[in-house]
Design a protein around this ligand. Structure first.
Ligand code: ADP
Length: 724
């Protein structure tokens, strides 16, 4: 076989002389291909040559297979494929291509485009053919053409590539065309849908801005009027009706604000502020808003900021407070018994930075695991019956999550049914300059080592009180009940002051205070009372002070310092005394001439009543022009207005324009202090008012307290102005 493979010639044998030379292929048993040539010799013998042609045969077979694959591909692909030589004569055309042009195979091959489709079409094709042949890159472009098969207009994507010989000369062009009509149509539909959605979103945001304005204006009247009504002599039934109106008004307003917030966040209109935030003040103001409902249900509301939390951080104080208010409100709403504990602490982030960690833990109804992840979606509540029982829009947590996401943070919860829920969040912490020190309050000077008795039936409260007072250098001991505390006293323990929970089962704080006084004479006493406790029983404990719960660290320290510092309790400045003396009316403390510019009659009346309730005589204008006239008149008469409460949207001349003119007319210290009143709560309103030259801003519905505060700021601002 080896010899054969090398080509080997045999001579001999016999063959009929009449036969000519013969060639045939033969397979050996080993699978090799032999070409056998037989040449007859004149003497009747033969010369037979054997050549091994295995490689050649295999190459031929492979080529045939490749070609079959290629034609299967070209013939069945839905894309159109064709090949032309350098002169534009078709060498190949696949069925898809022929179908498109409505021609048969035999019509195409050997013909030019001009012969097949006319000069115009051919000229266009020739242009791109030549470009493709001149380039070593495939030419890719889109075109529109008429399908000759059915006359429809088609979008096609074309690829043309030059075919070259060994020398690199272009000898033809390969074309591929794909019908992209459907894709183009879908793209156009998507773009149209997106544009429509964007337009819809803008319209929705605008609609909500308008609605909020429209709804908040009458709400102003409802809430303001019921406030005023409640200040008059009413029978108890009337008072109840008026209170219901006010409560419902506030609920409605909260709901409107939620919807407004949510749509603002959704439409990307909400911009977070970045200012230094005093964390304690932020959390405490949230607690102030929620302590009423907690006390009404008899819940312990507790709060603790850990030691290492910076005093001041960079952030958006309104939004941070909103998150706390939402979570605390929910905790109070879904808890019948027990406590709500708010803690703020610091954690290390994986990227080396710090995270601010907040937790609001309750002992309420809890949330089943399968419902937990749905809660942060909008309009989602645990179940319909819960909603019926507790009310709510299902927006609170969705807003929290979106706000936290905007802040670069996250929110999650741990909960078990019947035991309670712990909503937690974290955000990147950016300490602001004065926050280099930690949140802790300085050691109470001279109080180190003082022995404090703490009595509270609530374990969390005891823990927090112990933690805080130890931190300040006191020596606290905490008892869980009056009888336990009295047992310690009976056993001879001595205390220099006592902090007592006012509401405890069995012996309450007042009774315990009385008993302790019997042991220790004028023992300084601090009672922790629920908000709404009238504090009348405090009078029975001479010199005792009261703090409302939840206890705030700074207020507690101040109160303790006050207790120890002052030996004569009669002159002790109350730390946070419950019973407020009757406050003189603001106008007596801060006389100001006030002009009210407001076109809506109801709102005008509400604002005027609030102002006169504070003791002010009010000038009234119903639009910007009138306001200008009144200001000029008063100035001419020698009694200029100090403060103008200016509605922003008014007919004839709006508040912004009136302000610009006033500022131009009355420069420097001669100018009035201008406070904007607007029902618009959209982003940028405040900026627009300030840019027009207004000094302050009241959002409607306006309230007596808000007006009072704004007037106090006006007094301070005017004093600064006039001092130069
Ligand atoms: P809303 O309270 O206005 O319905 P939220 O988004 O604030 O809307 O809350 C959604 C739902 O999550 C609530 O309806 C309630 O079912 C559940 N939930 C929220 N907080 C608590 C909690 N602390 N304990 C039990 N369930 C809660």
């Amino acid at each position: 076989v080896d010899a054969l493979a090398r080509g080997y010639v045999a001579v001999g044998g016999s063959m009929s002389p009449t036969k000519g030379p013969e060639t045939y292929l033969r397979k050996t048993r080993e699978g090799r291909s032999l070409e056998v040539k037989t040449l007859p010799l004149p003497d009747g013998g033969v010369v037979r040559t054997f050549t091994d042609v295995t490689d050649y045969v295999q190459a031929q077979e492979a080529l045939a297979r490749k070609q079959a694959q290629l034609s299967a591909l070209v013939n069945n692909i839905p894309d159109r494929v064709w090949l032309k030589d350098a002169d534009g004569v078709y060498l190949l055309s696949n069925p898809a291509h022929r179908r498109q042009h409505g021609v048969r195979d035999e019509d195409v091959i050997g013909k030019t485009a001009a012969q097949l489709f006319g000069n115009e079409v051919a000229a266009r094709q020739r242009e791109t053919d030549l470009t493709a042949m001149a380039s070593d890159q495939p030419l890719v472009y889109e075109d529109q053409l008429v399908n000759r098969h059915d006359g429809t207009l088609q979008q096609v994507e074309l690829v043309k590539v030059a075919m070259r010989d060994e020398g690199g000369r272009a000898i033809g062009v390969l074309g591929i065309a794909r019908d992209i009509t459907a894709r183009k149509r879908a793209e156009a539909a998507l773009i149209a849908a997106r544009d429509a959605a964007e337009a819809g979103n803008r319209a929705k945001a605008q609609f909500l801005a308008n609605m909020s304005h429209e709804i908040r204006t009458p709400m102003n009247a409802v809430i303001g009027m019921s406030d005023l009504l409640l200040d008059t002599q009413l029978s108890s039934a009337q008072r109840e009706f008026a209170e219901t109106i006010r409560t419902s008004g506030n609920t409605l307003l909260a709901l409107i604000n939620d919807i407004l917030d949510f749509s603002r966040i959704e439409s990307g209109q909400l911009k977070l502020e970045r200012t230094p935030v005093n964390l304690a003040e932020c959390v405490e103001s949230a607690l102030d808003l929620t302590s009423g409902p907690a006390a009404a249900k008899g819940l312990e509301l507790l709060y603790c900021i850990e030691d290492d939390v910076p005093r001041t951080v960079h952030g958006d104080v309104t939004r941070l407070r909103q998150i706390f208010v939402n979570l605390i409100n929910n905790a109070v709403k879904f808890t019948q018994r027990g406590e709500v504990l708010v803690t703020v602490s610091c954690r290390a982030a994986t990227n080396g930075g710090m995270l601010l960690h907040g937790s609001v833990r309750d002992t309420g109804i809890g949330i089943p695991p399968e419902r937990q992840d749905r809660l942060f979606q909008m309009f989602s509540q645990v179940d319909a019956s819960t909603t019926r029982q507790y009310g709510g829009s299902g927006l609170g947590l969705a807003i929290c999550r979106r706000l936290l996401t905007l802040m670069g943070g996250r929110i999650w919860l741990e909960s078990s049914v019947g035991e309670g829920s712990d909503f937690q969040f974290e955000i990147p912490l950016q300490p602001a300059p004065p926050g280099a020190g930690a949140h802790v309050h300085e050691h109470a000077a001279g109080l180190a080592g003082r022995r404090l008795l703490l009595v509270d039936d609530n374990a969390s409260s005891r823990r927090i009180l112990t933690l805080q007072t130890t931190r300040w250098g006191f020596q606290p001991r905490a008892a869980s009940s009056g009888s336990q505390a009295l047992a310690w006293v009976d056993a001879g323990e001595v205390f220099e002051a006592a902090v007592l929970d006012a509401q405890m089962p069995g012996m309450d704080g007042y009774a315990l205070g009385g008993q302790l006084r019997q042991h220790f004479g004028r023992l300084p006493l601090l009672l922790l009372t629920a908000i709404g406790d009238p504090g009348k029983r405090l009078a029975g404990l001479d010199g005792a002070q009261a703090l409302t719960k939840p206890v705030k660290a700074q207020a507690l320290l101040d109160a303790l310092t006050g207790l120890f510092a002052l030996q004569t309790p009669a002159s002790a400045p109350p730390a946070q005394v419950l019973v407020a003396a009757h406050e003189p009316r603001l106008a007596e403390l801060l006389p100001l001439r006030v002009l009210l510019a407001e076109d809506n009659l109801v709102n005008q009346r509400v604002a005027a009543l609030i102002l006169s309730g504070l003791g002010y005589d009010v000038g009234i204008a119903t639009d910007g022009l009138q306001a200008l006239e009144q200001v000029a008149l008063a100035a001419a008469q020698g009694g200029p207005f100090d403060v103008i409460l200016m509605d922003v949207q008014m007919p004839a001349m709006d508040g912004l324009e009136a302000t610009r003119r006033l500022r131009a007319h009355y420069p420097g210290a001669a100018r009035p202090w201008i406070i904007a009143m607007t029902a618009n709560a959209m982003e940028g309103d405040r900026e627009a008012c300030l840019a027009a030259g207004m000094d302050d801003y009241l959002s409607k519905p306006i309230r007596a307290a808000g007006v009072g505060e704004a007037l106090r700021r006006a007094g301070a601002g005017l004093a600064r102005l006039r001092a130069g």
